[in-house]
Design a protein around this ligand. Structure first.
Ligand SMILES: Nc1ncnc2c1ncn2[C@@H]1O[C@H](COP(=O)(O)OP(=O)(O)O)[C@@H](O)[C@H]1O
Ligand SMILES: [Mg+2]
Length: 242
């Protein structure tokens, strides 16, 4: 990789404003991710985390500001085109195909648009999530919550995304399954996967992420490293209600 590619920003969200109808939710929100970085997006419920992700993906387009992904302005692009540029989304609520098998869910997503040096295969997904291998022939709706979450992550990885986005991926899961998901995320990070993660577990986020973004009422109110985050416990109290 050239030095330029290493130092370039992969995702640069700058001052976006997003509305649902007449109701404005994001008011100049900014965040950035460099290649290989794992960055968190934190904030209390209803502050605009999912809306930020929906804006990045073009599902609820931002009406102002700029969203540059891999050098392309994508703010006004349709979501299928944004996904094709290399963003894999693990949405809130998982949204796997309930009437396809595990294997079919994964195969349906497969796409290697970037000639990745080490593209994901079904076999590699099954190594990361052995439970999915055991459940390969089961329908999506026969899976436990944890298995559905693993499938949602596997499905996003099968697109070989430059950026993986996870929205509340550990929400509602049993503690042991959560640990499995965190373990998977640290493996992905060590492979060099760029990741944007929304989650409520600050301790895990601080341990695994490079940088953090805290939002409040649709605005970025703080960003910094894990060391800076842990050095300011007031931040967590003030913005996360912890
Ligand atoms: N489809 C929608 N239509 C109208 N308002 C919405 C919609 N989705 C979310 N909102 C509102 O936008 C705000 C931010 O929501 P959201 O982005 O889901 O927050 P978070 O993910 O941080 O919990 C909330 O006030 C929520 O009620
Ligand atoms: Mg949300």
């Amino acid at each position: 990789m050239s030095e330029k590619a290493v130092t370039d920003t992969l995702l640069d969200v700058d001052g976006i404003e997003t509305c649902y109808g007449l109701s404005q939710v994001l008011f100049g929100l900014s965040l950035s991710i460099k290649p290989g970085e794992m960055v968190s997006l934190m904030g209390r419920n209803g502050m605009g985390k999912t809306t930020t992700i929906r804006s990045i993906m073009g599902l609820t387009p931002a009406r102002a500001g700029s969203i540059r992904f891999a050098g392309t302005e994508v703010r006004t692009q349709p979501s299928y085109r944004i996904a094709k540029l290399g963003i894999g989304l693990v949405p809130e609520g998982r949204q796997i195909f309930p009437n396809l098998t595990v294997r079919e869910n994964l195969v349906a997503a497969a796409a290697d648009r970037f000639d990745s040096p080490n593209p994901w295969t079904l076999a590699a997904i099954y190594v990361m999530f052995p439970r999915l291998a055991e459940r390969a022939s089961n329908m999506g709706n026969q899976l436990s919550g944890g298995e559905q979450q693993m499938l949602a992550i596997g499905r996003a990885l099968m697109t070989n995304p430059k950026l993986l986005i996870l929205d509340e991926a550990t929400e509602g899961l049993a503690p042991l399954i959560r640990e499995e998901i965190w373990h998977c995320l640290s493996l992905l990070k060590s492979r060099g996967q760029s990741i944007l993660v929304v989650d409520k577990n600050v301790d895990h986020l601080a341990r695994i992420c490079d940088r953090h973004t805290i939002i409040e009422r649709g605005k970025t109110v703080w960003s910094g490293t894990s060391v800076e985050l842990m050095a300011e416990p007031d931040l967590q109290h003030k913005y996360l209600g912890i």
